[in-house]
Write a protein that binds this ligand. Structure first.
Ligand code: IVH
Length: 670
């Protein structure tokens, strides 16, 4: 090849890249495409062809690098240079008025505020070095996140390179989300393939960002709005947040078009109310608004608590309300045998989502509401929570409505039912009730638990109906032959499910504990237990007293956990699973952090939820306990401390106040 044709190809490659980037901006950022999809694909194909011919000319920021690369084994950890804080939540107009007034008092002058939609997605940090996309990470615990660069690169609205003149280092923070339309489409595909459905667009976005195969993420159609700066080197001389957002736009980032700047409280409150209607029409979920002080120099003056800045706060929208007719009531039998009434409703659109079912919690609730079949009812839906019936429109009654009858036998197995001690829950007495087994397996395979790809509700039903699975341990002796005996199962589907089952053999300990369905132990408690004990063996050895000492576990959970591990049925299932190759990964215990080996006890009212304070301690390698002993290193006293601070004094344990605690944990954390 002559030099001339090489140079020519190189120039064409450059031109094509610029051209594609320009059209990416028109399409993904400005929402205003200038060419047809076919014309765009033609440019893309031309570029791919030339890059194939000259692989040495491929650059990391070429648009062709967005289709995803080879699958990876796991994500490496990223320590955030500036912590990724969360936001103070408020729920009423009055809260917002007070928050603004307090800030004005502190600042002692009238200031502007920027009001932004609060996108219900996944917070990410995007780092650019010398104008090139260098690192993208999740928020994680705010201090340390995961490196998800490969997945973020597949999102077209995230630029891979910035125009000339961009700072040496630029970190921007934003929200990755999935549009309502893409979410519905994804769930439709999942249900066709018998996979578990995602509960809401946020979970779908989070799941897509944590896929180990970025080529799959590329297909998930994620999008991103940026809304905040992180590290900028050399420091920028931009004075206001609003101008910073303008600057982000100039650099090619996507900034939400509904962000406004206001001077007065009334204007802000009006905009919040106006937007609570507008959001229903948007193609993405907005769960509130964020109000930020505009002048950046005031961030320092106002400062931050450990969890959230004082210069910003979130206003969460009230639940959306709608009306529907109650058509019938189904009775579902849960994993623990509890019978739950579920309402079938006339389809009603609330917050841009069609609702056909709502929970009625229990039969006491039905009596309390006096809700009858045929009634017109109020339904409320807040974010990702299951919609619920909150009242009856009695003026619409015709007299033909029918009372909902309490079941006297289990609707699935016909066994007797009994009421629990509180006389509220109705429970099926048959521990072998097929519904309990089915729900138990569904829970075990669900995303928050063992996350078995391909084992959604339909597949679980088939497996239990055909008696292929009589306990969760049986999942691990399924083979191709057994699966091919099921209706709708062909070679590919069977192999995919076996692959999903195999992958679940090495889930984290916290997912495994959540999957086991220990009474009273959900996702959060499972996580706490996993970090405290590191391995299943350690946890199984723990006495109820030791368990009860753990912050946020308490006596009730502690005895439930101990009881669960004493059951011979538990022991049998655990042994079988171990024999069948299920080996949960020990939790990573942060040993190196600056609080490694230190134990904290909190007492009295502290200005943040205890759970959050414990998370901060854990993120720095320390532990939290709920009782003071000679082994305690620090007792942190809040307002109205209890007997723990007296005990600490008696034992000579160091006592510090919350401010001292904040000082201790802030800084670079190394
Ligand atoms: S600012 C230090 N602005 O909401 C302030 N956050 O509940 C950092 N979020 O972790 C956040 N839209 O993931 C900010 N316009 C917006 C936002 C936003 C969504 C998310 C973000 C944050 C969470 C807090």
């Amino acid at each position: 090849m002559t030099d001339g044709s090489y140079n020519k190809d190189e120039n064409v490659i450059k031109r094509l890249r610029d051209e594609i980037r320009r059209h990416d901006k028109f399409y993904y950022i400005d929402n205003n495409p200038k060419i047809s999809d076919e014309e765009y694909d033609k440019l893309f194909r031309e570029l791919t062809g030339l890059e194939k011919k000259h692989p040495e000319l491929i650059t990391a920021d070429s648009p062709t690098q967005r289709v995803g690369g080879e699958p990876i084994k796991g994500f490496s950890e990223v320590k955030h240079k500036f912590p990724m804080l969360s936001l103070l939540n408020t729920y009423s107009e009055d809260d917002i008025r007070q928050w603004i007034q307090r800030n004005r008092k502190l600042i002692m002058k009238d200031v502007d505020f920027v009001v932004e939609p609060k996108i219900d997605g996944v917070g990410v940090s995007l780092r650019y070095e010398k104008g090139k996309f260098a690192l993208g990470s999740t928020r994680g615990d705010g201090f340390t996140g995961d490196d998800i660069s490969a997945n973020l690169k597949t999102i077209r609205s995230i630029p891979l390179s910035l125009p000339g003149g961009a700072p040496e280092v630029l970190e921007v923070r934003g929200e990755v989300y999935m549009s309502k339309a893409s979410f519905e489409k994804l769930n439709l595909e999942c249900s066709k393939e018998g996979k578990n459905l995602f509960a809401n667009p946020r979970n779908a976005a989070a799941g897509s960002l944590k896929l180990l195969d970025s080529a799959l993420t590329a297909k998930r159609k994620l999008n991103c709005f940026v809304y905040q700066s992180g590290e900028i080197k050399p420091p920028s001389n931009i004075k206001t947040h609003f101008e910073m957002l303008e600057y982000f736009k100039e650099l090619g980032f996507r900034v939400n078009p509904d962000i406004r700047k206001f001077g007065g409280v009334e204007e802000i409150v009006n905009y919040l109310n106006e937007f609570s209607f507008k959001r229903e029409k948007l193609d993405y979920e907005v769960d509130g608004m964020v109000i930020k002080v505009n002048e950046i120099s005031l961030y320092k003056t106002l400062g931050s608590t450990l969890k959230a800045p004082r210069w910003a706060c979130a206003y969460k929208f009230p639940a959306s309300r709608g009306r529907a007719r109650l058509l019938s009531v189904d009775v579902q039998v849960g994993r623990t045998g509890v019978l739950t009434p579920v309402a079938n409703l006339s389809p009603t659109a609330i917050g841009g989502v069609t609702i056909k079912r709502a929970t009625l919690h229990n039969f006491d609730e039905i009596r309390r509401l006096d809700v009858r079949i045929g009634d017109n009812v109020w339904i409320e839906r807040r974010g990702d929570v299951i919609p619920k019936i909150t009242g009856v429109i009695t003026s619409k009654r015709t007299g033909s409505e029918k009372k909902v009858l309490e079941p006297v036998i289990c609707p699935v197995c016909g066994s007797d039912v009994l009421k629990d001690e509180d006389n509220v829950k109705i429970i099926c007495t048959n521990t072998f009730c097929p519904a309990q087994l089915e729900r138990g397996i569904e829970h075990f395979a669900s995303r928050k638990a063992m996350d078995i790809e391909g084992m959604g509700e339909k597949v679980v039903k088939l497996l239990t109906n055909k008696k292929l699975v009589a306990s969760v341990a049986d999942i691990y002796i399924l083979d191709k032959q057994k699966l091919l005996s099921l209706p709708f199962f062909k070679e590919k589907k069977a192999l995919n499910l076996l692959e999903g089952i195999n992958a679940s053999r090495r889930r984290t300990l916290s997912k495994f504990l959540c999957a086991m369905g220990i009474p009273l132990v959900g996702e959060k408690a499972a996580e706490i237990l996993a970090t405290q004990f590191g391995t299943l063996e350690n946890l199984m050895k723990a006495s109820p007293d030791k368990l009860a000492e753990i912050e946020n576990i308490g006596m009730l959970k502690a005895s439930s956990i101990a009881r669960f591990f004493r059951l011979s049925s538990t022991k049998k299932v655990l042994t079988l699973m171990k024999e069948r190759g299920v080996a949960p990964l020990g939790a990573k215990k942060v040993k190196r952090g600056k609080l490694a080996g230190k134990t904290f006890v909190f007492t009295g009212t502290i200005p943040m939820p205890r759970q959050e304070a414990s998370e901060i301690v854990a993120s720095l390698g320390g532990e939290t306990s709920s009782s003071v002993s000679a082994k305690t290193d620090f007792v942190v006293v809040g307002e109205k401390p209890g007997s723990k601070s007296r005990k600490a004094e008696a034992l000579g344990v160091k006592i510090i106040n919350f401010e001292e605690f904040q000082k201790l944990v802030s800084g670079d954390g190394s």
